[in-house]
Design a binder for this molecule. Structure first.
Ligand SMILES: Cc1cc2nc3c(=O)[nH]c(=O)nc-3n(C[C@H](O)[C@H](O)[C@H](O)COP(=O)(O)OP(=O)(O)OC[C@H]3O[C@@H](n4cnc5c(N)ncnc54)[C@H](O)[C@@H]3O)c2cc1C
Length: 374
């Protein structure tokens, strides 16, 4: 069997060149994963010596085409029409297929979000071509094979599978948010913006979006700039209220280790790590979390990490930028009080541009460290 498979020649795909990234947006605001994928897409495009293409679909999203260039795209296909305001599978997939037909990219990347998964699945089945879902590692083989090596955890995350698409183009993948790094936004970057007409009118579209109801309770860890995460050290569900107070003071959200989730103290949607979310916020608090690799793999890309733990030898301190050794029940309320005081002072002083919260809290953390963590 394998001998026969090896002798099957791959078709000539030389007409397909370039890496395309779908820029997902809602209400004109791009999902962070879009910029992260442009960063990763750039790396792949450079290895293949081709251009990076962005695809922006929506209504009144012209600014996102420019942003895509600032985040690394050489060329942007922009389809801006009223019927594309809210995501719907058919009109969005029609636009994407039109662009794929025109641009002939060899690789297409989408965020592994609800929208990204739906859209990528619709396109892949229509074309048809291969799609690897929820990848966490991407690479390419050099010319002449130019194969996308799309890797994702498999078998309950116990092993990594690298999946190839040898016989069809483009090679498609959805990728997890937070895993890849965006390039620094550079307003001096230049690129071509190509406007295309929407291939469907409202009358052609079978579905209608009546309303969009944002889930009230749903935590969006992947998009959060600040995460205050707690672990088994909290000792029960109640102390998560302390973490929520700190998160609210900072404008962040609450995260958790698996131990806290497994204990039933908080819902799985808050879990950070290998079997939870991968996050890359500006500021991450690890509170009463030991720092097992399955946890740190999901948060070590955070810009600033503050760890609070009573054990000076806790492994989390190797990942943290700011280390606070002490009892979380004393330290967390003290930091919350400090942040609130600083925010009130900023407001009273009428500061036009308050300090970035990451900086402010890093200072607060340092104060705690200097005062012995108590
Ligand atoms: C296949 C697999 C997948 C996994 N996926 C994940 C995942 O996605 N995410 C994840 O988090 N884990 C995951 N785990 C579990 C992981 O290995 C650890 O068991 C888990 O992260 C431990 O959680 P913890 O740090 O909260 O608890 P512990 O390791 O028990 O650490 C608690 C910490 O709290 C400190 N502490 C206690 N009291 C206080 C106090 N009063 N003040 C300050 N500090 C205090 C202690 O010193 C200790 O360091 C996975 C494991 C496996 C095998």
């Amino acid at each position: 069997m394998s001998a026969r498979r090896d002798t099957v020649e791959a078709p000539d795909w030389s007409a397909y060149r370039g890496v395309l990234v779908f820029v997902e947006q809602r209400g004109g605001e791009a999902k962070k994963v879009s910029w992260q994928l442009l960063g990763e897409g750039k790396r792949l495009a450079e290895k293949l010596e081709v251009g990076l293409i962005a695809l922006v679909i929506g209504h009144q999203v012209e600014h996102l085409a420019e942003e895509a260039v600032y985040y690394g795209a050489d060329k942007v296909f922009l389809c801006d029409a009223p019927e594309l305001r809210a995501y719907r599978t058919r009109p969005y997939s029609r636009v994407a297929m039109k662009v794929i037909d025109e641009a002939k990219p060899e690789i297409c990347l989408f965020g592994a979000t609800g929208t990204g998964r739906d859209l990528a699945g619709a396109i892949a089945t229509h074309l048809p071509t291969g799609l690897t879902a929820d990848t966490t590692e991407l690479d390419v083989e050099p010319h002449p094979s130019r194969l996308l090596l799309a890797s994702r955890p498999a078998f309950s995350e116990k092993m990594m599978a690298t999946i190839l698409c040898k016989q069809y183009r483009p090679q498609m993948a959805t990728a997890r948010a937070g895993v890849f790094q965006a390039l620094a936004r550079d307003t001096s970057r230049e690129g071509d913006i190509i406007r295309i007409a929407s291939p469907m009118t409202e009358e052609d579209i079978a579905t209608e979006v009546l309303d969009f109801i944002q889930g009230q309770e749903k935590v969006n860890l992947e998009e959060a700039d600040i995460i205050v995460a707690g672990g088994r050290g909290l000792g029960g569900p109640e102390p998560f209220a302390l973490l929520k107070e700190l998160a609210d003071a900072l404008g962040g959200v609450v995260g958790a280790s698996r131990a806290a989730v497994d204990a039933g103290w908080i819902k799985h949607e808050h879990q950070v790590g290998q079997t939870g979310c991968t996050v890359r916020p500006k500021l991450y608090f690890a509170i009463g979390i030991s720092g097992a690799v399955q946890h740190t793999v999901g948060m070590s890309g955070s810009e600033v990490i503050v760890a609070i733990n009573k054990d000076p030898d806790a492994p989390i301190f190797q990942t943290a930028h700011y280390r606070i050794v002490g009892d979380l029940f004393k330290i967390v309320p003290a930091i919350t009080a400090e942040v609130r005081k600083k925010r009130a002072a900023d407001r009273a002083g009428g500061t036009a541009a308050p300090k970035p919260p990451a900086g402010a809290i890093a200072e607060a953390a340092l104060l705690q460290e200097r005062s012995g963590g108590h």
